[in-house]
Design a protein around this ligand. Sequence first.
Ligand SMILES: [Zn+2]
Length: 158
Amino acid sequence: MAESAEAHPFELLCAEAASKRWCWKLVCTTCGALDLRAALWGLASRLSPPKGTRLLGAWPHRIQRELIAQVEAAPLERIVRSAPFPDGLGYLGMVLSIAAEAESVERRLTTAWCPQLAALADLDSDLFAGSMASWPARDGVLRPWDLERVESAMRSLV
Ligand SMILES: [Zn+2]
């Protein structure tokens, strides 16, 4: 891809999140990670969330699918390595959480991200995919908590 050297829009969003130390906790009773959620909504819809948008609830499927399309080709290694560890994985986890319903059907992030995550954590790609799945039981879909495995594997590499 010719433009791979240029910053990806999701990469820019993550850089802003890192510099402003936005919260990425999926269940945060203090701030709801609303800064990050609002920015992701903006990335997906190219608009700020309309007043009264329930950023904490399930997002409309159309917006979930747009979010997936916007982040699918993001350079995960650059995102994870340029944020304070493990915040980059936290941003990815938020996307997987928000887009979970659409991803369970489309599996586009699962396909695009799993090989990158496995490489990042020096995990065997097939093993990672296999364990992530316990495939049939969990539908073979990449979920936010699969990133905990990546995080602990990356810690052990340091
Ligand atoms: Zn918070």
